[in-house]
Design a protein. Structure first.
Length: 201
């Protein structure tokens, strides 16, 4: 099977995430796309984030009824230590041999990829589906390969065309703290869950 991996904190998951996921699934000809919430994101150790189970609940509400296309995978909760993407991909290869893996990334992440944990190993484990982000240009396979020190042939990269929707989880958390509307920026069930659980206040 061709499986896409969409990792992140999803704090909270929002409409932009869902549109990106569906278009990546379609354009990448994926059999399924798996949302993989970070358990201990290494780049957010100093940042307060919602508990893992709350973020998983919001993903499950957002994806309800779409089980053929999407699923939430809790693999990063099951592994000790920080949630490095390379380690997650290695574990997925071990648990689900025979699948072809694709990693969904925003174009804003690509320039930082050489600084990630074992980027060369990551590129051997998965092809990249990259999504344009407002204010960021799309790197080519040649540019990414040069920045990591590998040949362009070692980079499997496909650009996914999506509308430039400028919604961020950070802004949504701020809006909730300020008692402002997040209607239509998150699925209705997620909006209700945030209010009932008093998240981000």
């Amino acid at each position: 099977m061709r499986i896409g991996i969409f990792g992140g904190t999803f704090d909270p998951v929002h409409t932009g995430h869902l549109i990106m996921a569906e278009l990546a699934r379609e354009q990448g000809r994926l059999d399924q796309l798996w949302f993989v919430p970070s358990y201990k994101p290494p780049h957010k150790q100093e940042q307060e984030i919602a508990p893992f189970d709350r973020r998983v609940d919001m993903l499950n509400f957002a994806l309800a009824g779409q089980e053929e296309k999407f699923r939430v995978d809790l693999i990063e909760q099951q592994r000790p230590g920080l949630s490095y993407t390379t380690d997650t991909l290695a574990a997925l290869h071990e648990q689900h041999p025979g699948n072809e893996w694709f990693l969904l990334l925003g174009a804003d992440c690509l320039p930082d990829l050489p600084k990630w944990h074992e980027p060369k190993a990551l590129l051997k484990q998965a092809a990249l589906l990259t999504v344009a982000r407002p204010g960021h240009t799309q790197m080519t396979a040649e540019q990414l390969a040069a920045s990591i020190g590998i040949t362009p042939e070692e980079v499997r990269l496909q650009a996914v065309q999506v509308p430039l929707i400028d919604i961020s989880s950070r802004d949504l958390r701020r809006r909730v703290r300020e008692d402002r509307s997040i209607m239509y920026q998150v699925p209705r069930a997620v909006e209700v869950y945030i209010r009932e659980r008093k998240l981000y206040r």
